[in-house]
Every structure is written in C-alpha cells, then in structure tokens.
Write a protein that binds this ligand. Structure first.
Ligand code: AMP
Ligand code: ZN
Length: 122
C-alpha cells in the first residue's frame, strides 16, 4: 500500500530498527516503547487487521507466531512476553496494517487494560 507507514518500513523507505526479517514478516522496535522490550511483528502483506485477514493470511500469521519460539533469546524475552493486536477504535488501533505488539523484558502489569471489574453489579 502506497501510504501505509508499516509498508514503507517493510520496504525500507522509512528508517526502523529491524531485529528480525524473513519472507513473511519483519520485527521492529516500537518507536514509543511501552515496556522494556517492545517490538512490532509486521506481516509483509498489507491488510488492516485480524478481521480483514484471509485464510491464507491466517496461516502465514500462525507461521510468524510459531517462529517467535526460536527468537525469544535473541529478543531478550526468555522470561515471558505478551502479545497484543489492536483492532479498531475501542482498542486504539492507530496504524491500519495488522501488527502484533510483543511486550516483555520485565515483569508486566498484571492487568491488560484499565477496565475495573468492580463496577459491575454481578
Ligand atoms: P497501534 O496503536 O496498535 O496501532 O500501534 C501502533 C504502534 O506503532 C504504536 O505503538 C507506535 O508507537 C508504533 N509506531 C508508529 N510509527 C512507528 C515507526 N515509524 N516505527 C516504529 N513504531 C512505530
Ligand atoms: Zn501496510
């Protein structure tokens, strides 16, 4: 996609710190880290989000995730990590090219979001 920032990063038109690359994906450092280690897994094929992906895209994404098991040492994630893929407004997706946040390198917050279950009646 012409104007997609992540497509530009994948094509090397915008600088980034690429920590891994293969035929399916690149993994880069997030420019505004929210954990000691904060990477973005970017499938090379452009599609907006998890709802937009085809069966074939799903297979490719599965292969990318499986590949992570061989990269944990290199990425400094030996003690664990969290994967997040935001979709749409409620989740604050800001870049419309599917990406998976990989967070770790430290003990992360126990909660994954600001929702307070105590406000529910039941
Ligand atoms: P999301 O809010 O899930 O769409 O996440 C988009 C992420 O992309 C954010 O964490 C941004 O910090 C990150 N980001 C935006 N532009 C760049 C860039 N040029 N290089 C690396 N990360 C970026
Ligand atoms: Zn794109």
């Amino acid at each position: 996609m012409e104007n997609c920032i992540f497509c530009k990063i994948i094509r090397g038109e915008i600088p980034s710190v690429k920590v891994y690359e293969d035929d399916d994906m690149v993994i880069i450092n997030d420019i505004a880290p929210q954990a000691k280690k904060h990477y973005l897994l970017l499938p090379k094929k452009h599609y907006a989000n998890i709802i937009e992906m085809s069966e074939e895209d799903a297979v490719t994404l599965g292969r990318c995730l499986k590949k992570l098991s061989t990269l944990v040492d290199k990425l400094g994630l030996e003690n664990g990590f969290r994967l997040v893929s935001n979709k749409g407004e409620d989740a604050f997706q800001t870049v419309q090219h599917l990406h998976v946040h990989i967070l770790g390198g430290e003990k992360l917050g126990e909660k994954m979001c600001s929702f307070d279950a105590n406000i529910l009646d039941n």
